[in-house]
Design a protein around this ligand. Structure first.
Ligand SMILES: Cc1cc2nc3c(=O)[nH]c(=O)nc-3n(C[C@H](O)[C@H](O)[C@H](O)COP(=O)(O)OP(=O)(O)OC[C@H]3O[C@@H](n4cnc5c(N)ncnc54)[C@H](O)[C@@H]3O)c2cc1C
Length: 387
């Protein structure tokens, strides 16, 4: 974990980066791609490996550092945080939690430096919230595993260099028969389908097809059957990331709203003088402050190695719903101009809608929280976990 002065230095750098990146937001919207200069700067600053330990080429700043930096980057454009998210979060954390030393050096280093763009492939057409229902199959064949199946809604699917995949090695064992593999781009039998068009320009999302895809046996991460628990632990960490993006986007929406109300005059005076509108700002700021407090305490708890599954679900639930409320109020405060497609509030409104769905929907987060309250053995069998 980083020391306080280190974190302060990195945060100051992230603020400078954000100021500069602000000027590229329109270009991202128009081209639906991250400008090369932005990707290059993300690499220079080490942002592909904020959470990855220094021994594997990362910044080693833990979740506390990740949360602060990602909240700042998300203010410029959600696609910027999105580009580094998988390298820092679930795709790399599965390797960090379950990999051997050799696997960590081999797979984490290129993820940490940004030389390889990572993806994480769990979701399938038949296995979303019910993540344990994965039907992609991996069978042992000599010193290889052969993977067959299809994943959809996978972030970075068309452009990823390293894919952390969850596949079933013992279908009759359900979740306990799932295993994790790292599959590099170009592996025979891996087809990375062209990008699908999402609601917001933040993501490159698509399908991965595994057709007799042969990976060497040493690409299995952890023991066979450990894939589901590795993925669930890694997804807990990912929820810190979602909390950070949600807080950053909401803070940006609030900044823009304050500015708008101060500048816009109706009925002969600034909108900022209308008490009803002031109260909306106050509600937005309070919502954001509560999410920030949850985010900071969860990141510190997880960095200290304490179990925090239910806390992670609470943050994901609260922060993702919070930024929906804030974006909605921001649009209302701006009036019709913000309904135009290219307005920054319109972009934030579309961007943040994802957070209530991805990495486990709001309903699934509630299930995780309730499961802990009621104890797992009192829940009906087949209770979903994440996805
Ligand atoms: C842009 C984008 C990027 C994504 N990136 C990735 C990625 O990189 N890797 C990856 O593996 N996945 C990814 N996903 C998939 C995402 O995690 C799933 O969409 C999500 O988990 C929900 O699954 P589903 O879409 O199949 O919805 P479903 O599971 O079909 O759910 C539909 C609705 O039913 C509700 N529901 C389902 N079961 C229950 C229940 N038991 N109780 C109460 N309500 C329930 C859900 O909350 C939801 O409202 C991505 C999705 C999107 C949109």
């Amino acid at each position: 974990m980083g020391t306080e002065p280190e974190l302060a230095r990195h945060l100051a750098q992230a603020r400078d980066f954000r100021q500069w990146a602000d000027g590229h937001a329109d270009e991202i919207e128009t081209t639906q791609a991250l400008p090369t200069a932005l990707s290059a700067r993300l690499r220079e600053l080490g942002y592909f490996g904020i959470t990855i330990p220094r021994g594997y080429g990362g910044l080693g700043l833990g979740l506390v550092g990740y949360a602060e930096i990602m909240a700042e980057l998300s203010k410029a454009h959600a696609a910027i945080g999105g580009r580094v998210a998988l390298n820092n979060m679930v795709a790399s954390q599965v390797v960090l939690l379950g990999g051997t030393e050799v696997q960590k050096q081999r797979f984490l280093r290129p993820m940490a430096t940004g030389e390889a763009l990572a993806a994480f492939a769990l979701t399938e057409p038949g296995a979303g919230s019910d993540a344990a229902g994965v039907s992609t199959r991996a069978s042992r064949d000599g010193d290889h595993w052969v993977i067959d199946g299809m994943k959809h809604l996978i972030m970075h699917a068309p452009i990823a260099d390293l894919v952390t995949v969850i596949a079933s090695t013992e279908p009759e064992r359900g979740a306990k028969g799932l295993s994790a593999f790292v599959v590099p781009r170009g592996t025979p039998g891996l087809r990375q389908a062209p990008a699908q068009r999402p609601m917001a320009s933040r993501t490159t999302v698509g399908e991965l097809h595994f057709e007799g895809c042969r990976v060497p046996a040493d690409h299995l991460i952890g023991a066979p059957g450990k894939g589901f628990s590795l993925a669930m632990r890694a997804l807990d960490m990912t929820r810190v990331g979602v909390g950070a993006y949600a807080v950053g986007s909401a803070e940006r929406a609030l900044e823009l709203s304050v500015h708008h109300l101060q500048g816009r005059r109706q009925f002969g005076r600034p909108l900022a003088e209308q008490q009803g509108l002031q109260w909306m700002l106050a509600e937005m700021a309070t919502d954001i402050a509560a999410a920030r407090a949850l985010l900071r305490s969860l990141a510190a708890k997880m960095d200290a190695g304490e179990p925090a599954s239910a806390d992670a679900a609470m943050l994901k639930l609260f922060a993702s719903e919070m930024c929906g409320r804030v974006a909605d109020k921001a649009l209302q405060l701006h009036g019709g101009i913000a309904y135009l497609h290219d307005h920054p509030i319109s972009r934030i409104y579309r961007d943040v809608r994802l957070w209530r769905i991805v990495d486990g929907t709001s309903e699934i987060q509630k299930t995780v929280i309730a499961r802990e309250l009621l104890a797992a053995d009192q829940m009906p069998s087949g209770t979903p976990y994440a996805g």
